[in-house]
Design a protein around this ligand. Structure first.
Ligand SMILES: [Zn+2]
Ligand SMILES: [Zn+2]
Length: 172
């Protein structure tokens, strides 16, 4: 008699296989960033493909959307001027990314500490800041852009709620 495989074992094996594929070029077979297979894949045109290494491999729609969101946040941050103020646009966007990393497990912690070590929103001159931040992303092998985009959304939602409550518009 042949035993049917336990559905939970099958699911776990699938998850493990997906995790092993992350960060490896899968051609048309799996997403470079999250390793998922059996879904539509396309090239990521987030604008930072050169530096974030997503230009050569294909990604799923979720990862592509998340990559675009993070790339536009990074571009905004790179365009902002260097200042010593803690509430400058540059330091605020930088802080959002680092704080969002905290909720992301070991991968996020690695990115968080690398950013802290290698990029300074107060001291780095514009070009250097860009190189340092992107270097921290690639150097830490960070791939969980879907998680990071969600965490940044949450972060921005909280900041907005806080700003509204402080402004007194709602008279809470
Ligand atoms: Zn993906
Ligand atoms: Zn990309």
């Amino acid at each position: 008699m042949k035993l049917e495989p336990n559905p939970i074992d099958v699911l776990l094996a699938d998850c493990e296989a997906q995790l092993r594929r992350r960060g490896k070029d899968g051609g048309d077979s799996w997403c470079y960033l999250c390793g998922v297979s059996g879904v539509a894949l396309s090239r990521c045109d987030c604008g930072l493909s050169e530096s974030l290494r997503c230009g050569k491999s294909k990604v799923c729609d979720d990862c592509r959307d998340a990559h675009r969101k993070i790339a536009s946040q990074l571009e905004l941050m790179f365009m902002a001027k260097r200042t010593a103020r803690a509430n400058s646009r540059r330091s605020r966007l930088y802080r959002q990314i680092r704080e969002a990393c905290e909720s992301l497990g070991p991968e996020g912690q690695r990115l968080r500490s690398r950013l802290g070590r290698e990029a300074c929103p107060y001291g780095d001159e514009e070009k250097q800041f860009r190189v340092n931040v992107l270097g921290a992303f690639t150097g830490s092998g960070f791939l969980d852009f879907v998680g990071l985009a969600k965490a940044i959304d949450e972060q921005q939602r909280i900041e907005l709620a806080f700003a509204i409550s402080r402004s007194g518009i709602l008279d809470l």
